[in-house]
Design a protein around this ligand. Sequence first.
Ligand code: PXL
Length: 268
Amino acid sequence: MLKNVVALTVAGSDSGGGAGIQADIKTFSACGVYGASVITAVTAQNLEGVRAIQAIDPQVVDAQLRAVLEGYPVKAIKTGMLFSREIIETVAAVIKEHRRIPVVIDPVFAATSGSRLIKPRAIRILHELLFPLAALVTPNLPEAEFLCQRELRSSDDLREAGESLFKIYKIPFLMKGGHLPGRAVDLLVDGMGVKAYGADLVRNVNSHGSGCTFSAAVAAYLARGRSLRVAVAEAKAFITASLSRPHYLRAGTRVIDHFHRKGGSAER
Ligand code: PXL
């Protein structure tokens, strides 16, 4: 672990441990960086769904952010579930004071189970206040459809959507194609053009937390000084391996294993 390389996640807690803050911290550790966390909301959930959400007071979010940024050598930030307009405003204001730290934004709208993780009216604030501060935004297919307000049915659609989002916001977008039929091909659209990152789709694994894990891995590799293109390639390899060497939770349920590199779960 590179102890002086700290990555920070600003996200919600997932009591199930597979997504949110818990996924991010495990991913940071597995990718060799020291993980710090700012909690924006506490969710009560398991793989079936979200039962309750308690947002953290924005003043306490502000205090957590300042405590971490003033006390630790943070080299990259990742944001996940931000939940409310007030929390987004708080996070944007503090991050703005640290413009040299790259920020990966996972525009979390809903859990895989379908539950909303952001208030509908807060989404616009996320675009307006946080996107301009991003080194990368990582929408999945439903999030990309929402961002460009049209249905996306193919990899070509995803590329066009990425190009139009890049034109609007002038920041790199990683358009994740895991919800499209066929191989899981993600497209990085930045000022240098479009770069594809492909992997075979992994079946029979519950994908809960895969988006969180991917964006946290990108942040970890950026913290370690990789270029954006290399960080995305290494993060893609990490999430693919987390899915293809899963953790056996119980009969019939496999979940992603953030520690697949250390041997993972005993039963294989
Ligand atoms: O993957 C999106 C996500 C983000 N944050 C929290 C979550 C989830 C998905 O369940 O629980 C806290």
